[in-house]
Design a binder for this molecule. Structure first.
Ligand code: NAD
Length: 479
């Protein structure tokens, strides 16, 4: 009788889990660490061992592994979302919770894997998508565990393992989430450390990961500095970089819908989303009507004096010499609209989602990726001026742009000029990620390096397998 090795492993794992001890199927000396490491070299070694074990397993096991990550993300979203909120102190609790649930439910998994075939007179060529091995990932403070969750699902779906250097201000929730994921995977399948995290992340630990000979690919999600560092690493890098998404509203737009969408997108997690609406350029003829619509839809308007005061308090200067520039002040980044209102010398109710006001484009809230629930509205003579300003203040990141319009020419022109990875017409920013629009979700949107909204296939190497003369079975044999 032929006995399937995997069946034996499964039965042993199940029996041992039932009697409360860990299964003895993993060979790694790092087994039991559940992915949490202080030494990056050890993390890479553990992830490499996990990758090798995963490579011996059928694809169905990847689905089971991902199933655990999804389940924990969904079932523990309140606890882990609260932990993330308490640690980072930015954003909104309800959205921290929702992000984990949404990533657990919707991140592209094994179903996104595919192969291509070319068949013809000379035989058959099959193109398959293979894993890289160990991926080094850097994650932002704005979505610490959510980014790890999304990366882990997509990277493991294509057969990789991952070592994460999280943002230091989101390291505890990163380690706790990773520990839970690995523990569940280990108990079910006997592989530990598929997702490793550096518990005390530093620039040095990031550099060790970047230059490690056993790290085959890098994926960074963050601002300009980490993107530059990844591209200078000498390795293939997938860079999900910064944005400053502009919105254009023309005279044909449905203004009430535009106002609702701007509030929904820009207030989400207090405007921490890289795709979130950051500044609005409105044609003169509907400018006042749009501001009225914003108030009707629940946002609170600041007057000029209040905007000046908020700008003085919430925008600060960082860097030295030629590198000095405006940046969001820590006390206001990702805080509630009511906190920003206090900084503007105004009082608003705690449930007001967003502040807004009329500014000109010299106000720093326009060029700075401010990540705060205050959105500046700039009056423009016509739609061409609005589109030109949108292009200028998007800074060439080519990340995300949004238009509210019913004029196809304007939509087309803006799409061509802005040339962004995501371009939304008549919806909130998140509809570009399949949340209220078509498509699929990822929290690593690779603009600078061109991969777009990342999926499992993003983290693969193409391999071609060629059969010469045979296996194209079409037509009659020659003899
Ligand atoms: P950040 O750039 O300050 O940090 C991001 C990560 O990079 C952190 O882990 C940080 O420790 C690390 N880092 C920074 N400089 C580094 C260097 N020189 N070498 C190695 N690692 C380095 O960004 P943040 O405040 O954590 O997150 C917000 C930024 O991330 C925004 O600019 C936002 O647009 C961007 N973001 C982009 C996406 C996307 O999909 N494109 C998604 C989320 C966030």
């Amino acid at each position: 009788m032929q006995i399937n090795e995997q069946v034996i492993r499964d039965v042993v794992a199940q029996v041992l889990a039932e009697v409360g001890s860990a299964p003895a199927v993993s060979q790694s000396s790092y087994t039991g660490r559940h992915g949490v490491f202080t030494c990056p070299d050890e993390a890479v070694a553990a992830a490499r061992s996990a990758f090798e074990q995963l490579s011996e397993r059928p694809r169905a096991d990847r689905e089971r592994i991902i199933g655990h990550i999804r389940r924990i993300s969904i079932e523990h979203c309140v606890e882990l979302g609260t932990m993330e909120m308490e640690e980072t102190q930015i954003g909104r609790l309800d959205h921290k919770i929702e992000k984990l649930k949404t990533l657990g439910e919707k991140t592209p998994g094994v179903e996104f894997m595919r192969s291509e075939a070319f068949s013809g007179d000379h035989g058959l060529a099959v193109i398959e998508h293979a894993p890289f091995g160990v991926i080094g990932a850097i994650t932002p403070v704005t979505h610490s565990l959510p980014t790890i969750t999304g990366n882990a699902v997509s990277m493991i779906a294509s057969g990789n393992s991952v070592v994460v250097n999280p943002h230091p201000s989101g390291k505890r929730v990163a380690a706790e989430g990773v520990r839970r994921f690995n523990q569940a995977i280990y108990q079910d399948l006997g592989i530990d450390n598929l997702i490793c995290v550096i518990a005390e992340p530093t620039l040095e630990s990031a550099n060790t990961i970047f230059s490690h000979r056993n790290v085959a690919l890098i994926c960074v999600t963050g601002g300009p500095a980490v993107g530059r560092a990844a591209l200078n690493s000498g390795k293939r890098a997938i860079v999900a970089g910064p944005g400053n998404p502009p919105v254009v509203v023309d005279e044909t737009a449905d203004l009430d819908n535009a106002a609702r969408c701007i509030i929904q997108g820009a207030s989400y997690d207090n405007n921490l989303l890289c795709i979130g609406e950051k500044e609005v350029f409105v044609v003169d003829s509907v400018f006042d009507a749009l501001l009225d619509a914003m108030e009707r839809a629940g946002a609170a308007r600041l007057n000029n004096r209040e905007i000046d005061e908020l700008t003085r308090n919430a925008i600060t200067q960082v860097g030295e010499g030629d590198h000095q520039h405006d940046a969001p002040a820590k006390d206001f980044l990702g805080k509630d609209a009511s906190v920003l209102a206090r900084g503007a010398g105004k009082s608003v109710a705690g449930d007001v989602p967003l502040l807004f006001g009329a500014t000109d484009d010299s106000n720093p809230f326009v060029p700075v990726e401010q990540m705060m629930p205050f959105v500046p509205f700039v009056r423009c003579q016509n739609v061409d001026e609005a589109i030109d300003k949108a292009q200028y203040f998007e800074h060439g990141f080519r990340h995300t742009a949004i238009i509210h319009s019913n004029n196809v020419r304007n939509m087309t022109r803006m799409g061509k000029i802005l040339d962004t990875t995501l371009y939304v017409k008549n919806g909130p920013c998140m509809s570009a990620l399949g949340l209220g629009g078509e498509g699929y979700l990822s929290f690593s949107i690779a603009g600078p390096t061109g991969e777009g909204v990342t999926t499992p296939l993003t983290f693969t190497r193409e391999r071609r397998c060629s059969m010469i003369e045979n296996l194209c079975v079409l037509g009659k044999p020659a003899n």
